[in-house]
Design a protein around this ligand. Sequence first.
Ligand SMILES: [Zn+2]
Length: 262
Amino acid sequence: MNAMMRYRTAAFVLRCMDYGESDRIVTFYTEELGKLKGIAKGAKRSKKRFANALEPFSCLRIFFSRHRQDSLALIEGCDVLSHFPAIRADLEKTLIASYMVELTDQFTMEGKKNDALFQMLQVFLGFLNSETLVEGLLHFFEIRFLKVAGYGPALDRCIVCKTPVGGESRYMFVPQEGGIRCGSCCMTGNGVFPLSLGTIRTLTLGQELELAQLKRLPLSEQTIAESRAALTAFIRHLTGKDLKSWQVIQQIRRIESQRSNV
Ligand SMILES: [Zn+2]
């Protein structure tokens, strides 16, 4: 009854922390089982079994065993599938990859498999590793991630009067309501974010296009600014906080813009 079951699966490292003298507790997003928490015994000492594999956003094939579905997995070993060296060589890319895995950690529950989400991590980290960084990529990740994780905002019609989007040039995004309001149903004041029709169309495409085509989708400065404000507020509303990695990205951007203004 209580026999150990053995598994192997591809997995992204979401988070690691040291545990005791030599162990590490690692949270993965796995292809076969969704989010999974495990202990890598001796990981701080055993260069042979884990080398430097257990680092955030690495893609691994892990071997583990456990007694029950809800028990901590015992990570027995791993092969590195991709360490994403070009991301790690670039500070901004590293921060964005860290943000992607932190979002994944925040919006997923252990033991719930989601193929589309696993595939998104694979594709977006691949883009980030191989392409020149473009800001749009981050917002496409966010909007698509929210949809795949089951929290996608409603961008196809006004959430109050249900009129389909298209008749007006400007809408208001209301994070608490998870959607947009048209001009007639518009709210004013703090906590609402203007989205032009162009931005809504671009974000909708970002949710629906083939993943491979996304990196070629152009974004205007206006779309980037509007998406950033609205999606940041929406994610803050859903999680009740600003994610740590997002705060670091903002701090670095502030420092860089101060430097370029001197
Ligand atoms: Zn309306």
